[in-house]
Design a protein around this ligand. Structure first.
Ligand SMILES: [Zn+2]
Length: 466
């Protein structure tokens, strides 16, 4: 059954002040309802005023997504009868978005971007004693109300969750390179997605936070709809909620149509002309984007394109980390290999990003130099890196504390002789042509030396001795 999916992303645009007032946006860990004013609390008679810097960032994002930019824009009021918007409308863009008709290229296709527009974030609701359906009561924190959001809407061009994952990681890397997005901020990226299977109605899943949850929600929904259709039942057009704890989606409301929101133009805000000069000025300030950076990595450092893509698309800080290491280390291929294969594996295992981890370029390079100088084997380095990433203790200190230096030949010979003596059958098998027996003998030596021996040398010595 063919799957069709589209995304609507809401991203917090980094800005010192809110979209329509001068209240600060750094609301994390702040006393609730302290970063507020009559405008973001929606008091009658208060007048919104656009923060130009946010428009600049919006234009930058639109250009990076290959969009056309509307020459004139205005803002509209969208009916919003929920307590997180006290004025009962949200200032958004509807009739004419900031930008439209763009695309973002992933491995096998161009994902079309339908529109990009700016709007204010509602306040934050805190459900006390349960979730959205079971809470005893709800508290509202207006510190978040009015934070600038950019909404990016794709056409329904995704056919698998793999494509969605690739798109999201590329998009967030672009936003990070533009300096308009900080993934570590709470609720910095929220996604609504619509999904339909061939022969079924379109279902929307609202407000999913975090990459992993987006994939889980989509996977769950694909299976749910497949099962319904297989049983000859209808998939209803509706809006569903994804519960991150139980990992299932459930029905919130039957789908309303855009018209139900009753948009009207916001006459408190002026029409804004976006001139070609303005766009050119922004283009001049555009930093290096991920695709250009990947090409530069391949050309300048001669690393594999595959590795460059992983390093740049995981997140910008990893690409920055790579370049910081390159300032103090001269073997880019070795560096790329260890970042892609081992460092990332350990970071994922710990559930942290490079920025959140205690790994620093200096200590990471220290590990690679220990391998280069043949003080430790690669096998041993793979053990050390696990502890290094988990604790931040420098590789040299780990080695010292655990006495993990590489075993030299002199010390190695008696161990190998012993292994040969203890495994006569394997020795005979090897002599009879069974290559696997040699691997077994090498394994025995490595086990006895706790991987402090270099497998290549062990191989040579065993062959020499038997
Ligand atoms: Zn305010």
């Amino acid at each position: 059954m063919k799957v069709v999916m589209g995304l609507e992303l809401h991203v917090h645009l980094l800005s010192k002040s809110k979209l329509f007032c001068s209240c600060p946006t750094n609301y994390e860990n702040k006393e609730p309802n302290t970063l507020v004013c009559p405008v973001c609390c929606g008091f009658p008679g208060s007048k919104p005023k656009i923060t130009k810097k946010v428009l600049d960032s919006g234009i930058m994002v639109a250009k990076a997504l290959n969009c056309n930019i509307s020459p004139v824009i205005f803002f509209s009021r969208k009916s919003y009868p929920y307590p997180d918007m006290p004025k009962n409308f949200q200032i958004s863009q509807y009739e004419i978005p900031l930008a439209f008709n763009g695309y973002l290229e992933i491995t096998n296709k161009k994902v079309r971007i339908k529109r990009v527009h700016l709007e204010e974030d509602p306040a934050k609701l805190v459900h006390v004693g349960g979730d959205i359906t079971s809470a005893k009561y709800v508290l509202v924190d207006y510190n978040r109300a009015g934070i600038p959001l950019i909404e990016i809407v794709t056409e329904p061009d995704f056919e698998s969750t793999k494509e969605v994952r690739e798109f999201l990681s590329k998009l967030t890397s672009i936003l990070e390179h533009l300096g308009v997005y900080d993934a570590s901020k709470e609720a910095a990226l929220r996604v609504d997605t619509n999904i339909s299977l061939e022969g079924g109605e379109r279902v929307e899943i609202k407000n999913i936070t975090g990459f992993a949850n987006i994939e889980k929600a989509l996977n769950y929904e694909i299976v749910r709809q497949q099962n319904l259709l297989r049983m000859g039942m209808q998939v209803e057009r509706e809006t569903r909620h994804f519960d991150a704890d139980t990992k299932i989606t459930y029905s919130l409301r039957k789908k309303e149509f855009e018209e139900d929101y009753g948009y009207i133009m916001d006459s408190d805000l002026p029409w804004i002309e976006i001139s070609d000069e303005w766009i050119k000025e922004i283009e001049k300030q555009m930093p290096e984007l991920p695709d250009t950076r990947i090409k530069r990595f391949v050309k300048k450092y001669e690393i594999r394109e595959r590795d460059a893509k992983v390093i740049v698309y995981v997140d910008k800080t990893l690409a920055d980390f790579f370049e910081s290491c390159m300032k103090i280390y001269k073997k880019p291929k070795m560096l790329a290999k260890w970042i892609v294969a081992d460092l990332l594996k350990c970071l994922n295992y710990q559930g942290v990003t490079i920025r959140e981890s205690k790994v620093k370029p200096k200590t990471f390079v220290e590990l690679l130099k220990l391998i280069d100088e043949k003080k430790i084997t690669e096998r041993l380095a793979k053990e050390i890196i696990k502890e290094f990433v988990a604790t931040g203790t420098s590789p040299k200190e780990i080695i010292k504390a655990k006495k993990l230096v590489r075993i030299e030949e002199k010390e190695l010979l008696p161990i190998i002789k012993n292994v040969i003596k203890e495994n006569k059958k394997a020795v005979e098998d090897f002599k009879a042509g069974k290559e696997k027996s040699l691997e077994f003998l090498i394994g025995q030596v490595l086990r006895k030396t706790k991987v402090r021996a270099d497998p290549k040398i062990v191989r040579e010595l065993i062959k020499r001795l038997i």
